[in-house]
Design a protein around this ligand. Sequence first.
Ligand code: NAD
Ligand code: HSO
Ligand code: ZN
Length: 427
Amino acid sequence: MQIIKNPNKSDWSKILKRPTQTVGDIEGTVNAIFQDVSVNGDSAIQQYTSKFDGVYLESNVVTSEEIDEAIQKVPQKLQDAIKHAKENIEVFHKAQKTPKVEIETTNGVQCWQEKRPIQKVGLYIPGGTAPLFSTVLMLAVPAQIAGCKEVVLCSPPNKEGKLASEILFTAKLCGVTKIIKVGGIQAIAGLTFGTDTIPKVYKIFGPGNQYVTVAKQLATKYGVAIDMPAGPSELLVVADESANASYIASDLLSQAEHGTDSQVILVSTSESIIEAVAHQVEQQLDVLPRKAIAEKAISNSKLIYVENDTIALEMIDEYGPEHFIICCENEELYVEGISNAGSVFIGDYTPESAGDYASGTNHTLPTNGFSKAYSGVNLDSFMKSMTFQKISKEGILNIGETIELMAEAEGLQAHKNAVSIRLKDLK
Ligand SMILES: NC(=O)c1ccc[n+]([C@@H]2O[C@H](COP(=O)([O-])OP(=O)(O)OC[C@H]3O[C@@H](n4cnc5c(N)ncnc54)[C@H](O)[C@@H]3O)[C@@H](O)[C@H]2O)c1
Ligand SMILES: N[C@H](CO)Cc1c[nH]c[nH+]1
Ligand SMILES: [Zn+2]
């Protein structure tokens, strides 16, 4: 891992650059696939599945027999673990429900806000290099709590034309209504335009590689909403002298193993911790089954020494990490001070993996600095806030003239008339 000491502020953005391609690099491919799928539907999808996933599927819809067969294959202990994680995710996401907001703004003018579920949602479950069945929990659990009616899951098939049994088991457990074997850009195109087999949805959720993420971003041009850009995983750890170097190295590698374009960063006020983490990363990396992937990601990663906590915090906010781990004695300074991070993990015994699987928080989070403006997936992601109002005779008498004056000043006579016609009857 590259060690950088006391970098100049003017160099921060260069040092903290993500290793991913830009929207511009990928949009040509996305546009071509979108165009093809919007015109040729399932037959185009079939071709892209064959090209990118190496399997030709007569039908890409998962049948109830396939689901039943898959359930038999998931060992009981793993089923129990998935159920345990589901419980925690449910508890945390149910706690996010908010009461109706209702207020009389002026006598006789009643306004309220209520949330309603998004009726049709699409969930993307990554499956290129590892079938992330934990992501099914992160998306389908809040969709179910919100009350979404149609929940369509898409995930790329393996070379045998199947989805992992764990994905099917978890999808069934969480009330997914339709499962399609399709991944990548073509899955996002299917959910955006609809095909004979893939329902067109109102909002697409879920993480994915660079291709999936750019496809989601471009899909919004065609009227579908998305949760946020949740691309290649990243982690930033801040640590002081008191931290445990082997724990930190294990956390860095946990996100580095996601993909070659993942990025992990350590910012530290201690030179000795930086040396120790570099050593630990080398040692732990060597025995990982996904060493080749993690090694490539580590080559994009940095260990950065800074002089004090104030500089560290400013740098972290400029980066806006997806995951932020704090291993410092004065953890409060970072907890209180951080503005830009998808999810924050505090203390030596809070590995990032806990949030990936089972603590209860959502692991679908903004990457690539989007934590500056976007929240990670939560219950509200699956709902819309709607406002309501009811005005009595007294109420329209109280605010009528204000509306008339403002409408007149905007030159919108018909707006004014809609009030005047009522006031005339009441006066
Ligand atoms: N931000 C988050 O919340 C979060 C959560 C979990 C996972 N992730 C990320 O999800 C990603 C999963 O990636 P993955 O690749 O394993 O699975 P994936 O399902 O996201 O992507 C696989 C698909 O990519 C497409 N593809 C691959 N190469 C292509 C190319 N050259 N051109 C066009 N399409 C291509 C194929 O259609 C394939 O089916 C990782 O980067 C991981 O870090 C992010
Ligand atoms: N770390 C990923 C989010 O960036 C989520 C995940 C799923 N499985 C393991 N990890
Ligand atoms: Zn992870």
